[in-house]
Write a protein that binds this ligand. Sequence first.
Ligand code: PHE
Length: 452
Amino acid sequence: MALGSESIHGMWSSRLMFILAAAGSAVGLGNIWRFPYVAGENGGGAFVLVYIGCIFLIGVPIMASEILMGRAGRQSPINTMRDLVAHSNANPLWQVIGWMGALAGFMILSFYSVIAGWAISYMLQMAAGDFTGGDAVQAQEAFGALTGDPVTVVGLHTVFMLLTMGIAARGVGAGLETTVRILMPALFFLLIVLVVYAGVTSGKFIEGLQFLFSFNVDKLTWNGVLIAMGQAFFTLSLGMGAIMAYGAYMPKDVSVLGTATMIALLDTAVALMSGMVIFPLVFANGLESSAGPGLMFVTLPLAFGHMTGGAFFGAIFFLLVTFAAITSSISLVEPAIAWLIERLKASRVKAALLVGGLAWLFGLGSAFSFNIWSDLHFVGDKTFFDVMDFTSNNILLPLGGVFIALFAGWAIDQEITRDQLAVSPRVYATWRFVTRFIAPAAVFVVFVLAFF
Ligand code: PHE
């Protein structure tokens, strides 16, 4: 059967727009909120090295696989998988990749939107000068007061979800592309400003760098390696079809491997730069680098509260976080929206409402995990939020990523991968070897060692 040549959902207008959109998907809360605190909890240096290794050894080849599969199928991941399976005479079970991805997308978006809501609140609070001159107790209490108030948390979660739905409903060109075209350059600019600001005003730039790059193996456990790997998948948006969906709108003449490398580089740069904003401020104020999910929300406002221009730069910081979250959340809903449009011939507006509405409903569980449901433990001592975060990042994404690698390496018609990658035989053979053996084996080994 013939595979599509144009997507019915629209196309990115250029290579740059694809890069901005995919980098927009990749750069998000994962880089600014999650990376610094998981690096902090896992001792810094060695963790960061494992993380970077995972990004380039496992992440880039899998990202290339996702992009090429999307571009070959030119539909939602679910239907792209259906057509690729049929075209390659592969086992129908491979279609689970599309479905599992849609599920992971829902789970991630549901808690993502809750955290992004906090960032919106912090942006306003910082701008209002709420943290100026405050102490650690006050910063902790402010975080507790926000997350402990179900009405505010749900309200902010609703605002963020509405923003996501509004952009997604406008389509690939007017919605997604317009958004990334404005927000991504703004994000890069603000981040550079903040790195300089944090470095200059804290006087602890070097300590921050040392923390991120000093190699201290003692602090690293197998569980830490699993978290580094999960973080690599999460931060690159891999394993759930977001990049596959975006790949479906990519022009044919663009290099897949080159672009995937570029996106991984941008994403890693943003994660490291976020660390270079956060850790110098943490150390300058004698705070703990291992503070957990509250790192960004408790220690940073405290630090900004004591710095010249802190209210202004603090507000800028949380504005940046909100921008980063939006350009990611629109990619989390795209696979499901595209599928609803293809399957039910639904309008984009209706599809966006349905997907956003469902994720919103699911998100209530995460919103309540910090207040009325904080004592409800769903698995072990994990709250609803913990279960969503752990299952999607550490299980569904790596598993989805492995299936994608195995499918692209073993099951897909090789003509498709050759044609889509369009590289020299040597590069092709390298990509194929890594995708067939190295990436799946690495994920498998980490799974086994971390869980047993
Ligand atoms: N990569 C995004 C981040 O780092 C999260 C994300 C995961 C987005 C999966 C889309 C798909 O915040």
